[in-house]
Design a protein. Structure first.
Length: 210
């Protein structure tokens, strides 16, 4: 997708406004079709078929809806986890167990999350797969989030050692891809990004596989 020329093209806030407006402009039928196509792709991925403990998110602000995926994964017997704002470490996330009957309440951003229960907290390394929302991504696997840095902090340790678990996969609409994004030293590029139409693979140096 050709990126527009603008005096603000190096401004991360500019990209957030632009791509969020693209995403929010999708109609309800377009959102449902995109969600169905993406969930079908995810369920067919070998990494997903082999995973038992999966972190995902609840859609907000036009993000791809993973509710159909959650239902299918529960039917498979998978254990699911949702991000919760850390109560003490500002800017960090905890992963809590998520069940079909989990009580949810909105956090300070208005995003539903499970009630904090230390018995439900899962270390990140105990997950097989982590599905990450994003605002925009580029052809080097750079991910632009909402600006809070929550996922970058969550994945900082993973980036340093790149353990086998979890495998982080970015989730995005096709309209969220641009040629190149401005990025900072603390940004964590993702090894894979899935859209309703295709799966992107990236090497650690930012080059695409295949």
């Amino acid at each position: 997708m050709q990126q527009p020329q603008s005096a603000d093209s190096n401004d991360r806030a500019y990209w957030r406004r632009l791509i969020r407006s693209r995403r929010q402009a999708l109609s309800a039928p377009e959102q449902r079709a995109a969600s169905d196509a993406l969930c079908a792709q995810l369920l067919a991925l070998p990494e997903c078929r082999q995973a038992n403990r999966i972190g995902l998110y609840l859609a907000n602000d036009g993000e791809l809806n993973l509710a159909p995926l959650a239902q299918a994964l529960w039917a498979r017997g998978c254990q699911l986890f949702l991000p919760v704002l850390h109560p003490f470490a500002a800017g960090h996330l905890l992963m809590l167990g998520y069940h079909c009957d989990s009580p949810l309440r909105p956090n300070r951003f208005g995003i539903p999350e499970p009630h904090l229960d230390v018995r439900q907290v899962a270390p990140l390394a105990s997950l097989d797969l982590l599905l990450c929302p994003l605002v925009a991504f580029d052809d080097a696997g750079n991910r632009l989030g909402m600006g809070g840095g929550f996922y970058d902090r969550t994945l900082a340790g993973w980036q340093q050692s790149r353990p086998s678990q979890p495998l982080p996969i970015g989730i995005a609409h096709d309209c969220q891809r641009v040629d190149a994004l401005p990025h900072a030293l603390w940004d964590v590029p993702l090894p894979q990004i899935l859209t309703p139409s295709r799966l992107y693979h990236f090497n650690p140096d930012g080059s695409q596989q295949g």
